[in-house]
Design a protein around this ligand. Structure first.
Ligand code: SF4
Length: 328
Protein backbone atom coordinates (compact mmCIF):
# COMPACT_ATOMS: atom_id res chain seq x y z
CA UNK A 1 0.00 0.00 0.00
CA UNK A 2 1.38 3.43 -0.91
CA UNK A 3 1.35 6.28 1.58
CA UNK A 4 -1.30 8.03 -0.54
CA UNK A 5 -3.44 4.88 -0.40
CA UNK A 6 -2.96 4.71 3.36
CA UNK A 7 -4.08 8.33 3.70
CA UNK A 8 -7.22 7.59 1.71
CA UNK A 9 -7.92 4.45 3.68
CA UNK A 10 -7.67 6.31 7.01
CA UNK A 11 -10.14 8.95 5.82
CA UNK A 12 -12.56 6.39 4.41
CA UNK A 13 -12.46 4.33 7.60
CA UNK A 14 -13.25 7.34 9.79
CA UNK A 15 -16.11 8.50 7.56
CA UNK A 16 -17.54 5.00 7.29
CA UNK A 17 -17.43 4.46 11.03
CA UNK A 18 -19.01 7.80 11.93
CA UNK A 19 -21.71 7.32 9.35
CA UNK A 20 -22.51 3.85 10.67
CA UNK A 21 -22.79 5.23 14.21
CA UNK A 22 -25.34 7.91 13.31
CA UNK A 23 -27.24 6.65 10.32
CA UNK A 24 -29.40 3.98 11.87
CA UNK A 25 -33.13 4.02 11.13
CA UNK A 26 -34.90 5.74 13.99
CA UNK A 27 -38.62 5.56 14.68
CA UNK A 28 -39.36 7.33 17.97
CA UNK A 29 -42.23 5.90 19.99
CA UNK A 30 -42.82 9.36 21.46
CA UNK A 31 -41.99 12.94 20.47
CA UNK A 32 -38.41 13.84 21.39
CA UNK A 33 -38.26 17.04 23.47
CA UNK A 34 -35.86 18.61 20.94
CA UNK A 35 -38.38 18.10 18.15
CA UNK A 36 -40.97 20.15 20.01
CA UNK A 37 -38.90 23.20 19.14
CA UNK A 38 -39.82 22.76 15.47
CA UNK A 39 -42.63 25.08 14.42
CA UNK A 40 -43.54 22.56 11.70
CA UNK A 41 -45.75 19.93 13.33
CA UNK A 42 -45.98 18.06 10.06
CA UNK A 43 -42.26 17.34 10.29
CA UNK A 44 -42.61 15.99 13.83
CA UNK A 45 -45.47 13.75 12.75
CA UNK A 46 -43.50 12.50 9.73
CA UNK A 47 -40.73 11.51 12.13
CA UNK A 48 -43.19 9.62 14.31
CA UNK A 49 -45.08 7.84 11.51
CA UNK A 50 -42.99 7.89 8.32
CA UNK A 51 -39.46 7.80 9.72
CA UNK A 52 -38.39 5.41 6.94
CA UNK A 53 -39.00 8.25 4.46
CA UNK A 54 -36.39 10.57 5.99
CA UNK A 55 -33.46 11.25 3.65
CA UNK A 56 -30.38 9.48 4.97
CA UNK A 57 -27.83 11.77 6.56
CA UNK A 58 -24.43 12.24 4.95
CA UNK A 59 -21.01 11.60 6.47
CA UNK A 60 -20.56 15.30 7.34
CA UNK A 61 -23.70 15.50 9.45
CA UNK A 62 -22.96 12.13 11.05
CA UNK A 63 -19.53 13.43 11.94
CA UNK A 64 -20.97 16.63 13.43
CA UNK A 65 -23.17 14.47 15.71
CA UNK A 66 -20.17 12.43 16.75
CA UNK A 67 -18.16 15.58 17.47
CA UNK A 68 -21.00 16.69 19.73
CA UNK A 69 -20.60 13.49 21.77
CA UNK A 70 -16.86 14.00 21.99
CA UNK A 71 -17.30 17.60 23.18
CA UNK A 72 -19.77 16.39 25.81
CA UNK A 73 -17.29 13.91 27.21
CA UNK A 74 -14.62 16.55 27.23
CA UNK A 75 -16.84 19.06 29.05
CA UNK A 76 -17.76 16.52 31.75
CA UNK A 77 -14.08 15.81 32.40
CA UNK A 78 -13.16 19.47 32.56
CA UNK A 79 -16.13 20.23 34.82
CA UNK A 80 -14.94 17.50 37.20
CA UNK A 81 -11.42 18.95 37.21
CA UNK A 82 -12.89 22.35 38.05
CA UNK A 83 -14.80 20.88 40.99
CA UNK A 84 -18.28 20.23 39.58
CA UNK A 85 -18.88 16.60 38.86
CA UNK A 86 -21.72 15.95 36.42
CA UNK A 87 -24.01 13.36 37.99
CA UNK A 88 -27.20 11.64 36.78
CA UNK A 89 -25.75 11.69 33.28
CA UNK A 90 -27.96 10.83 30.33
CA UNK A 91 -31.05 10.16 32.43
CA UNK A 92 -34.13 9.68 30.27
CA UNK A 93 -37.44 11.33 30.99
CA UNK A 94 -40.82 10.53 29.52
CA UNK A 95 -44.37 11.76 29.75
CA UNK A 96 -46.76 9.01 28.70
CA UNK A 97 -49.84 11.20 28.52
CA UNK A 98 -48.28 13.72 26.14
CA UNK A 99 -45.95 11.18 24.52
CA UNK A 100 -42.81 13.22 25.10
CA UNK A 101 -39.42 11.72 25.68
CA UNK A 102 -35.94 13.07 26.17
CA UNK A 103 -32.61 12.88 27.91
CA UNK A 104 -30.85 15.42 30.04
CA UNK A 105 -27.08 15.56 29.92
CA UNK A 106 -26.71 15.59 33.68
CA UNK A 107 -26.88 17.59 36.89
CA UNK A 108 -24.32 19.30 39.05
CA UNK A 109 -24.46 19.30 42.81
CA UNK A 110 -24.24 22.65 44.60
CA UNK A 111 -24.46 23.41 48.35
CA UNK A 112 -27.86 24.70 49.46
CA UNK A 113 -28.52 25.36 53.13
CA UNK A 114 -32.26 25.52 52.55
CA UNK A 115 -32.35 22.01 51.08
CA UNK A 116 -33.00 19.02 53.37
CA UNK A 117 -29.78 17.29 52.32
CA UNK A 118 -27.74 20.50 52.34
CA UNK A 119 -27.32 20.51 48.58
CA UNK A 120 -29.34 20.61 45.41
CA UNK A 121 -28.78 19.26 41.93
CA UNK A 122 -29.02 21.70 39.04
CA UNK A 123 -29.87 20.26 35.58
CA UNK A 124 -27.18 20.84 33.00
CA UNK A 125 -27.50 20.68 29.22
CA UNK A 126 -24.24 20.62 27.25
CA UNK A 127 -24.01 21.86 23.67
CA UNK A 128 -21.10 22.56 21.37
CA UNK A 129 -21.53 25.32 18.85
CA UNK A 130 -19.66 26.81 15.92
CA UNK A 131 -21.88 29.90 16.04
CA UNK A 132 -21.85 32.52 18.79
CA UNK A 133 -23.41 31.27 21.98
CA UNK A 134 -26.30 33.29 23.41
CA UNK A 135 -25.21 35.71 26.12
CA UNK A 136 -28.24 35.17 28.32
CA UNK A 137 -31.61 33.46 28.49
CA UNK A 138 -33.51 36.15 26.55
CA UNK A 139 -30.96 36.12 23.73
CA UNK A 140 -31.12 32.33 23.64
CA UNK A 141 -34.87 32.11 23.51
CA UNK A 142 -35.09 34.69 20.70
CA UNK A 143 -32.02 33.50 18.81
CA UNK A 144 -32.10 33.70 15.03
CA UNK A 145 -30.76 30.16 14.96
CA UNK A 146 -33.59 27.64 14.85
CA UNK A 147 -31.21 25.02 16.24
CA UNK A 148 -30.49 27.13 19.32
CA UNK A 149 -34.20 27.84 19.79
CA UNK A 150 -34.85 24.10 19.68
CA UNK A 151 -32.25 23.50 22.39
CA UNK A 152 -34.03 26.10 24.50
CA UNK A 153 -37.36 24.33 24.03
CA UNK A 154 -35.73 21.04 24.99
CA UNK A 155 -34.40 22.40 28.28
CA UNK A 156 -37.68 24.11 29.14
CA UNK A 157 -39.62 20.88 28.55
CA UNK A 158 -37.16 19.01 30.70
CA UNK A 159 -37.49 21.52 33.56
CA UNK A 160 -41.27 21.30 33.35
CA UNK A 161 -41.55 17.53 33.22
CA UNK A 162 -39.10 17.00 36.05
CA UNK A 163 -40.48 19.87 38.18
CA UNK A 164 -37.17 21.73 38.29
CA UNK A 165 -37.40 25.50 38.75
CA UNK A 166 -34.22 26.26 36.84
CA UNK A 167 -31.20 24.83 35.07
CA UNK A 168 -28.02 25.61 33.18
CA UNK A 169 -26.99 25.33 29.57
CA UNK A 170 -23.30 25.14 28.77
CA UNK A 171 -22.26 26.12 25.25
CA UNK A 172 -18.76 25.08 24.29
CA UNK A 173 -17.20 26.97 21.40
CA UNK A 174 -15.94 24.54 18.78
CA UNK A 175 -13.23 27.04 17.83
CA UNK A 176 -11.82 28.16 21.18
CA UNK A 177 -13.12 25.54 23.60
CA UNK A 178 -14.33 28.33 25.90
CA UNK A 179 -17.69 27.97 27.59
CA UNK A 180 -20.65 30.26 27.86
CA UNK A 181 -22.96 29.11 30.64
CA UNK A 182 -26.53 30.41 30.64
CA UNK A 183 -28.92 30.19 33.59
CA UNK A 184 -32.51 29.37 32.61
CA UNK A 185 -35.71 29.55 34.66
CA UNK A 186 -38.77 27.48 33.95
CA UNK A 187 -41.22 29.61 31.95
CA UNK A 188 -44.72 28.14 32.28
CA UNK A 189 -46.28 30.29 29.60
CA UNK A 190 -43.64 29.34 27.05
CA UNK A 191 -43.85 25.66 27.97
CA UNK A 192 -47.62 25.70 27.61
CA UNK A 193 -47.22 26.46 23.90
CA UNK A 194 -44.89 23.46 23.55
CA UNK A 195 -47.28 21.19 25.46
CA UNK A 196 -50.15 22.18 23.17
CA UNK A 197 -47.93 21.33 20.22
CA UNK A 198 -47.15 17.95 21.82
CA UNK A 199 -50.89 17.30 22.23
CA UNK A 200 -51.64 18.11 18.60
CA UNK A 201 -48.81 15.84 17.46
CA UNK A 202 -49.98 13.03 19.75
CA UNK A 203 -53.54 13.32 18.42
CA UNK A 204 -52.41 13.39 14.78
CA UNK A 205 -50.28 10.29 15.37
CA UNK A 206 -53.26 8.51 16.97
CA UNK A 207 -55.51 9.37 14.01
CA UNK A 208 -52.85 8.16 11.57
CA UNK A 209 -52.53 4.88 13.46
CA UNK A 210 -56.32 4.50 13.45
CA UNK A 211 -56.34 4.93 9.66
CA UNK A 212 -54.55 1.58 9.36
CA UNK A 213 -52.99 0.80 6.00
CA UNK A 214 -55.04 3.22 3.93
CA UNK A 215 -52.23 5.61 2.90
CA UNK A 216 -54.52 8.36 1.59
CA UNK A 217 -56.47 8.34 4.87
CA UNK A 218 -53.21 8.48 6.84
CA UNK A 219 -51.85 11.40 4.81
CA UNK A 220 -55.13 13.28 5.26
CA UNK A 221 -54.43 13.41 9.02
CA UNK A 222 -51.11 15.23 8.66
CA UNK A 223 -50.82 18.77 10.02
CA UNK A 224 -50.52 21.50 7.36
CA UNK A 225 -47.17 22.39 5.90
CA UNK A 226 -45.42 25.26 7.63
CA UNK A 227 -46.76 28.36 5.84
CA UNK A 228 -43.54 30.37 5.84
CA UNK A 229 -41.41 27.38 4.78
CA UNK A 230 -38.73 28.63 7.19
CA UNK A 231 -37.78 25.14 8.37
CA UNK A 232 -37.95 23.34 5.03
CA UNK A 233 -34.30 23.85 4.25
CA UNK A 234 -32.61 20.85 5.82
CA UNK A 235 -35.86 19.00 6.53
CA UNK A 236 -35.24 15.31 5.77
CA UNK A 237 -38.79 14.89 4.44
CA UNK A 238 -38.76 17.82 2.03
CA UNK A 239 -37.80 15.94 -1.11
CA UNK A 240 -39.09 12.50 -0.17
CA UNK A 241 -42.73 12.91 0.86
CA UNK A 242 -43.54 16.53 1.70
CA UNK A 243 -42.62 18.35 -1.56
CA UNK A 244 -43.69 21.79 -0.31
CA UNK A 245 -42.96 23.46 -3.67
CA UNK A 246 -45.69 21.37 -5.29
CA UNK A 247 -48.37 21.76 -2.65
CA UNK A 248 -51.36 23.91 -3.53
CA UNK A 249 -51.49 27.12 -1.48
CA UNK A 250 -54.47 29.39 -1.01
CA UNK A 251 -53.26 32.70 -2.59
CA UNK A 252 -55.23 34.60 0.06
CA UNK A 253 -53.03 33.16 2.79
CA UNK A 254 -50.05 34.83 1.15
CA UNK A 255 -51.86 37.99 0.14
CA UNK A 256 -53.01 38.56 3.71
CA UNK A 257 -49.92 37.40 5.58
CA UNK A 258 -48.95 40.48 7.62
CA UNK A 259 -45.50 39.12 8.53
CA UNK A 260 -44.58 38.46 4.92
CA UNK A 261 -45.80 41.91 3.84
CA UNK A 262 -43.78 43.49 6.67
CA UNK A 263 -40.67 41.56 5.55
CA UNK A 264 -41.11 42.83 1.99
CA UNK A 265 -41.58 46.40 3.27
CA UNK A 266 -38.49 46.17 5.45
CA UNK A 267 -36.43 44.67 2.64
CA UNK A 268 -37.34 47.61 0.41
CA UNK A 269 -36.03 50.06 3.03
CA UNK A 270 -32.67 48.38 3.45
CA UNK A 271 -29.40 48.85 1.71
CA UNK A 272 -28.92 46.02 -0.81
CA UNK A 273 -25.47 45.32 0.66
CA UNK A 274 -26.59 45.12 4.28
CA UNK A 275 -26.55 41.83 6.15
CA UNK A 276 -30.16 42.20 7.25
CA UNK A 277 -31.22 42.80 3.63
CA UNK A 278 -29.39 39.67 2.59
CA UNK A 279 -31.08 37.59 5.28
CA UNK A 280 -34.56 38.88 4.48
CA UNK A 281 -34.01 38.55 0.74
CA UNK A 282 -32.94 34.92 1.16
CA UNK A 283 -35.78 34.09 3.56
CA UNK A 284 -38.45 35.62 1.31
CA UNK A 285 -37.11 34.03 -1.87
CA UNK A 286 -36.68 30.63 -0.22
CA UNK A 287 -40.29 30.77 0.88
CA UNK A 288 -41.54 31.41 -2.66
CA UNK A 289 -39.23 28.79 -4.12
CA UNK A 290 -41.02 26.28 -1.93
CA UNK A 291 -44.51 27.57 -2.68
CA UNK A 292 -46.52 26.32 -5.60
CA UNK A 293 -47.60 28.96 -8.17
CA UNK A 294 -45.80 31.66 -10.15
CA UNK A 295 -47.45 35.00 -9.29
CA UNK A 296 -48.39 36.18 -5.83
CA UNK A 297 -49.75 39.45 -4.50
CA UNK A 298 -48.81 40.19 -0.91
CA UNK A 299 -50.36 42.86 1.30
CA UNK A 300 -51.87 44.58 -1.80
CA UNK A 301 -48.53 46.27 -2.43
CA UNK A 302 -46.09 43.59 -3.57
CA UNK A 303 -46.04 41.36 -6.62
CA UNK A 304 -43.74 38.34 -6.36
CA UNK A 305 -43.21 36.33 -9.54
CA UNK A 306 -41.32 33.12 -10.25
CA UNK A 307 -39.64 32.14 -13.47
CA UNK A 308 -37.66 29.02 -14.34
CA UNK A 309 -34.17 29.74 -15.62
CA UNK A 310 -32.39 26.51 -16.57
CA UNK A 311 -32.34 24.47 -13.38
CA UNK A 312 -32.84 27.57 -11.23
CA UNK A 313 -35.93 29.41 -10.17
CA UNK A 314 -35.64 33.21 -10.34
CA UNK A 315 -37.79 35.26 -8.01
CA UNK A 316 -38.67 38.84 -8.88
CA UNK A 317 -40.13 41.23 -6.32
CA UNK A 318 -41.91 44.39 -7.50
CA UNK A 319 -43.77 47.09 -5.64
CA UNK A 320 -47.31 47.59 -6.93
CA UNK A 321 -48.73 51.05 -7.50
CA UNK A 322 -52.11 51.66 -5.86
CA UNK A 323 -54.90 49.93 -7.76
CA UNK A 324 -52.54 47.47 -9.45
CA UNK A 325 -53.14 44.67 -6.93
CA UNK A 326 -56.53 43.74 -8.39
CA UNK A 327 -55.18 43.73 -11.94
CA UNK A 328 -52.25 41.50 -10.91
S1 SF4 B 1 -40.56 20.21 4.14
FE1 SF4 B 1 -41.19 22.02 5.28
S2 SF4 B 1 -43.41 21.89 5.43
FE2 SF4 B 1 -42.65 19.85 4.87
S3 SF4 B 1 -42.41 18.76 6.82
FE3 SF4 B 1 -40.44 19.67 6.31
S4 SF4 B 1 -40.43 21.66 7.35
FE4 SF4 B 1 -42.55 20.96 7.27
Amino acid sequence: MTTAELAQRIMDRQRGERLALHNRPWQPSATPATSLGYACERRIVYQRCWSDKASPIGDELASIFEEGNLHQRDVRQEMARLGWEVVESEVNFRDDRLEITGTIDGKIEVPDETARKGFRRVPLEIKSTAASAPVDEAAWRNSESSLLRRYYAQLQIYLYLTSEPDGLALFKSKQTGLWVVVAVSLDYEYVEGLLRRAERVRDAVARIKAAGVDEAARVAQLPDRLADRSECDGCPFRDTICHPAEAAVDPLLLAEDPELAAQLDERAELDADATRYDKLDKRIKARFQLTSGDRFVVGSRWLVSKRKHGNDIRIKIQRLASGEAEAA
